[in-house]
Design a protein around this ligand. Structure first.
Ligand code: EPZ
Length: 429
């Protein structure tokens, strides 16, 4: 884990090599972060998690938890234990919150178990403003007093009260924060219009393993009976569906044959449906998917939606793939305000994409050209790496710091598939 801190910031890619082989999906970043925060519900207890990925964002959450007093131990069998004392701090440290928006997921558990919490407002990021108004509105409905002073949220509640909450938008983070808060509330909480991402189910399993009576109903509703105290829990982090699909697209874009194992195919049905519509060839097995070479994808239209719709976290990678498809594709981003910053970088590689409102209009080209580009966020970085793998010549992807947040050992995994990639020191300014 220590090496992550000094990972090089530029990836050099020699494009045009059809990828061949098998990679294993990592534990899901977006499942690991909330379930790690859930350990704060414990008083003098341990949460044991399997399959926690080795990522920068995981490291940031570990730092945050350790600052609050949690002891984190990783054992040789690949389990990570979160040992939580009777007393923990209730103030989330600014350093980690500013580095990673998911730090806001400690608000619900801290408020529930300490009766108070202080959280610096997480900043926006390059994909849009990222408010937490839905998180705060739900906590107020559960009886919390919320005050924002000098950019810090101060929350206070002797004991939260269970109640019926309707989410105006199926926000993943708000769903997760309120589920954790409800675990120790007095009475039953019913949250309606919840996010349906698989990561929510993973959190529900972790809370269940800690003794919380919780039930997710098919209607997009979750019922949680608050208890006095949670007990030690144990659960496995689900596979990362976004990372897995990124490697499948690497296979498709380079005209190779790539298998991703340790996945749950049902977690990325929408992606497989769109790949099929675009003419990609793939086989689905119980816990793996294999893509096979096809001449050229056909154009299509898609709109990103909350799960089970097409995931916004695969939008940049799919736009990169469609930049080489025959015809004109339309990709509408409906979840975030501004998730097309990377398009300019793709156009510098010879793509022909224009942005109209929140829609990318992609006129497919025959070939991309390697050049130097910069990642603007995690998934944008992944899209540029995919473009570099397919492009003619050499591509240098800068600002890899974004990519290390969510892609474990991506250079090694790509090399194991035959890609000609290397990490180079920061380019001379
Ligand atoms: C989670 O972010 C993921 N992050 C994101 O993945 C993912 O893109 C997003 O869900 C949508 O699937 C983690 O799980 C750590 P939201 P989150 O609350 O919880 C607005 C990646 O690349 N909103 O569902 O922040 C918000 O501005 C990252 O791995 C409010 O307006 O997403 C956005 O437009 C990027 N008020 C939309 O809802 C709120 O209180 C979706 O946000 C909360 C959200």
């Amino acid at each position: 884990m220590d090496s992550l801190n000094v990972m090089p910031n530029v990836m050099r890619i020699e494009g045009g090599v059809p990828l061949e082989g098998t990679v294993r999906a990592q534990g899901a970043k977006n499942a690991a972060l909330p379930v790690m925060a859930a350990c704060l519900l414990l008083k003098d207890g341990t949460l044991t998690l399997e399959n926690v990925p080795d990522l920068q964002d995981v490291r940031t959450m570990v730092e945050l938890l350790e600052t609050l007093g949690v002891r984190v131990e990783k054992d040789p069998e690949g389990q990570t234990r979160f040992c939580v004392p009777e007393e923990v701090g209730f103030e989330a440290p600014e350093a980690q919150v500013r580095k990673m928006r998911a730090s806001s997921l400690v608000l619900g558990p801290l408020l529930a178990r300490c009766g108070q919490a202080a959280l610096p407002l997480p900043g926006g990021c390059s994909i849009g403003s990222r408010p937490i108004d839905l998180h705060l509105k739900g906590l107020v409905q559960m009886g919390a007093k919320i005050e924002i002073r000098n950019g810090v949220v101060y929350a206070q509640a002797d004991r939260l009260r269970g109640r019926r909450i309707y989410l105006d938008f199926p926000s993943v983070g708000a769903t997760e924060n309120l589920m954790m808060a409800a675990a120790l509330a007095h009475g039953e909480t019913i949250i309606e219009n919840i996010a349906r991402e698989p990561e929510i189910d993973n959190l529900a399993s972790v809370l269940g393993s800690m003794g919380v009576p919780i039930e997710i109903e098919g209607t997009g509703c979750v019922r949680i009976k608050g208890i006095e105290e949670v007990h030690c829990g144990k659960e496995r982090v689900i596979p990362d569906r976004i990372e897995a699909c990124t490697y499948l697209l690497a296979g498709v874009m380079t005209g190779g044959q790539v298998t991703v194992t340790d996945v749950i195919p049902a977690h990325f049905d929408a992606m497989l449906a769109k790949l099929e519509e675009a003419g990609a060839r793939f086989s689905v097995y119980r816990d793996s998917v294999t893509v096979s070479p096809v001449k050229r994808l056909q154009s299509l239209s898609l709109r990103t939606m909350p799960f089970p719709g097409f995931p916004t976290d695969l939008q940049p990678q799919m736009v990169a793939a469609l930049s080489l498809a025959g015809g004109v594709s339309m990709v509408e981003e409906s979840v975030f305000q501004a998730r097309f910053l990377y398009v300019e970088e793709l156009n510098r590689m010879g793509a022909n994409i224009s942005i109209r409102g929140n829609t990318a209009v992609i006129s497919g080209v025959r070939q991309l050209q390697g050049t130097s580009v910069k990642a603007t966020d995690l998934r944008a970085g992944a899209a540029l790496i995919l473009a570099g793998l397919a492009a003619e010549g050499e591509t240098r992807v800068g600002e890899m710091i974004h990519v290390w947040r969510g892609y474990e050992a991506i250079d090694e995994k790509l090399r194991s598939l035959g890609a000609r990639v290397g990490l180079v020191p920061e380019e001379a300014k």
